[in-house]
Each structure stands twice: as structure tokens, then as C-alpha cells.
Design a protein around this ligand. Structure first.
Ligand SMILES: [Zn+2]
Ligand SMILES: [Zn+2]
Length: 334
């Protein structure tokens, strides 16, 4: 078995540097994927910086990888060498805990994230067979990586919260996740509003699927939206004036965050009680749901808008993401 050539952070907060390692013999249920492209997600930055406290170093980030399968373990039945697949947040799940048995393998109690097992900023990535999901015919593989974390993260709430085509949906934060959420909401049939602080993006956001674009910094326009939305999906990882957003929900409305806000969310109980509103969170999705999302994307021509960087410019790519200038997702290519 040849070494994997990757880019790793040797310690928390470090710049990535070339790092080679021997992955050992392939396990019975594992597959090796030759990485052709890998999206760069905000979670990569958070993990490199150990913001969530479970980083392990040297760390090879990258959890939106696309590539061809080069080797399969002896027990792999669902995949074959040469097939093009994508790999997201999860690399491994036990398949016998309650979440695994009930179809939420992304919540496996002993699951291993791809970044922890060694991720996709590399020439090869190794994962458990169920977590290598085939790219459907007709999908552009090179730009598909961001669907495997950013995409499934914003797709899952549509399924879990049973959104209806008659619903009015708003998306907060139009970046890597939000630009996909707008496309999903439009294809779902909903009336779509994009909350943004950069009104210069208005035309682009409408092209992505927004019927309306609202300036969230403008108190007057926020007031006009009172009681409008059935569902608000927040993709930002900063604290906002949550009560002002809750006021824009209708009766029984929900605000779901998929952005890992680092500070406690200040939510007065009365902003929920009045109107029976709720606030919640949402994670990624099972392999089956990822496959369904890919099929949905192919049917509705939903695509990540990406900017490409060569893999060896990984540090520049991370800086570009951190600067907030990425439109809308950065993808590294080998
Ligand atoms: Zn991610
Ligand atoms: Zn499990």
C-alpha cells in the first residue's frame, strides 16, 4: 500500500503543510478514494483551530471530497473500483447503535468524522463503504463536493421538518450553505426570502432562487416582515438579534440553525410562547438521504457555485474562505 500524501495541521491553529502517512491495510468494509476535488468548509477552519475541542493532530482536514474508488475491502458489495463517489463529514459509523439502526448513521454514538480519521485535503481518502456515496449520472463531479457537507446540512431540515411547497422560507446568511439552501427551497416550491447584509448581491441571490431579498440590517424592513415566515434556516455562525428574526415567524413557525454559533443564543421565552414558535438545530444526513439529495439536485439542476484552487494552495484557499470573500464555496483540485 502506498502512502497517502496530504496536507495537515501539526497542531491546533497551525498552517497546513505536506504530510504523508501509511494508512495500513484496507479494512473489509473500507474503500479508498483517489481525491480529484475537495470542498473547503467553515468546519475545516473550526477543526484546525480546535474551536470545538475534539481536534486530533496531525489533522488532515477536508470533508467534501470527490473521486474515483481505487480499492475496495473484501466485504464491500455496494461499490466498485472506478466508480466516482463523494465523501462528507462522516468516515465511519458502527451500524449497530440506536442512531445507526434507525437510519441516522450520521449521529452514530461512536462515529468517526472524516477530519479525525484523515480527510480529503489529500491525494486519497479512506472511508467505510456506506459513507462513499455514488455521484449520479449527469452531475458535474468536479463541483459536487460541497453538496456532501454544505448541501446535505441545508437539505436535511427540508425533510426533517416536513416543509411544504406552500411554506414561506427564509435563509439567513448566503454563503457556502445558504446559496444551496436558496436553490433547495426554490426547487421545493416554497416562497423564498434571502436575508443578507450585502444588498449588492441582490440580483445574484434572485438568480439562485430567492423571490425576495431582505436587508437584515434595516430595522424597518425587518418590521415589515413580521409574521411572514413558516420556516427560517440560519446558516451563520455568529450571534444575531434572534428575537427580531423570531418576530418574522408566523404561528407555529420554526427557526433552525445549522451554523455553529459559538455564543449562547439569547432567546426570550415570550418570543417563542407567543405564536407557539420553536428554535432548533440540525446536522447532516444518512447516506441514503445524501443519495436522495444528489438525485434531487440532478433533477432540478442544483449546483454549488464554486471557486477552484489547486490543492497545494490549500492555505490560500482557507484564507480566502476566512476573509468571507468566497462566492460561494472554495474547492481544491488535484
Ligand atoms: Zn462541513
Ligand atoms: Zn452507530
Amino acid at each position: 500500500m502506498t502512502d497517502i500524501n496530504a496536507y495537515a495541521a501539526k497542531e491546533a491553529g497551525a498552517k497546513l503543510e505536506p504530510y504523508s502517512f501509511d494508512p495500513g491495510a484496507i479494512g473489509a468494509h473500507e474503500v479508498d478514494v483517489k481525491v480529484s476535488a475537495c470542498g473547503v468548509c467553515h468546519s475545516d477552519l473550526s477543526m484546525i483551530n480546535n474551536d470545538w475541542g475534539f481536534g486530533q493532530y496531525p489533522m488532515v482536514p477536508g470533508h467534501e471530497a470527490i473521486g474515483e474508488i481505487t480499492e475496495i475491502g473484501s466485504a464491500v458489495k455496494n461499490l466498485k473500483v472506478g466508480q466516482t463517489v463523494g465523501v462528507g463529514w462522516n468516515a465511519e459509523s458502527c451500524m449497530h447503535c440506536a442512531p445507526c439502526l434507525s437510519g441516522t448513521q450520521q449521529r452514530c454514538q461512536t462515529g468517526v468524522p472524516t477530519i479525525i480519521s484523515k480527510g480529503g485535503f489529500a491525494d486519497r481518502v479512506r472511508v467505510q463503504d456506506i459513507w462513499a456515496v455514488p455521484i449520479p449520472d449527469g452531475m458535474d463531479a468536479k463541483s459536487a463536493g460541497p453538496l456532501f457537507c454544505g448541501g446535505i446540512t441545508v437539505f436535511s431540515p427540508f425533510v426533517d421538518y416536513d416543509l411544504k411547497p406552500t411554506d414561506r422560507v427564509a435563509v439567513i446568511g448566503i454563503g457556502g450553505l445558504g446559496h444551496l439552501a436558496l436553490q433547495f427551497a426554490r426547487a421545493w416550491g416554497c416562497e423564498v426570502t434571502a436575508f443578507t447584509t450585502s444588498m449588492d448581491k441582490e440580483d445574484e441571490l434572485k438568480e439562485l432562487g430567492a423571490h425576495h431579498v431582505a436587508n437584515s440590517r434595516d430595522a424597518d424592513s425587518m418590521k415589515k416582515l413580521k409574521g411572514k415566515f413558516d420556516f427560517i434556516l440560519s446558516t451563520v455562525n455568529v450571534s444575531l438579534d434572534w428575537p427580531s428574526y423570531l418576530a418574522t415567524l408566523r404561528s407555529n413557525g420554526r427557526l433552525i440553525t445549522v451554523g455553529a454559533v459559538d455564543k449562547p443564543m439569547g432567546i426570550p421565552a415570550f418570543s417563542l410562547i407567543s405564536g407557539g414558535k420553536s428554535v432548533g438545530g440540525s446536522d447532516t444526513g444518512s447516506p441514503d438521504r445524501v443519495a436522495k439529495m444528489l438525485e434531487f439536485c440532478t433533477r432540478h439542476d442544483i449546483k454549488p457555485m464554486v471557486e477552484y484552487f489547486p490543492m497545494e494552495k490549500v492555505n490560500e484557499a482557507l484564507e480566502h474562505l476566512e476573509s468571507g470573500k468566497a462566492r460561494y464555496r472554495v474547492v481544491l483540485t488535484n
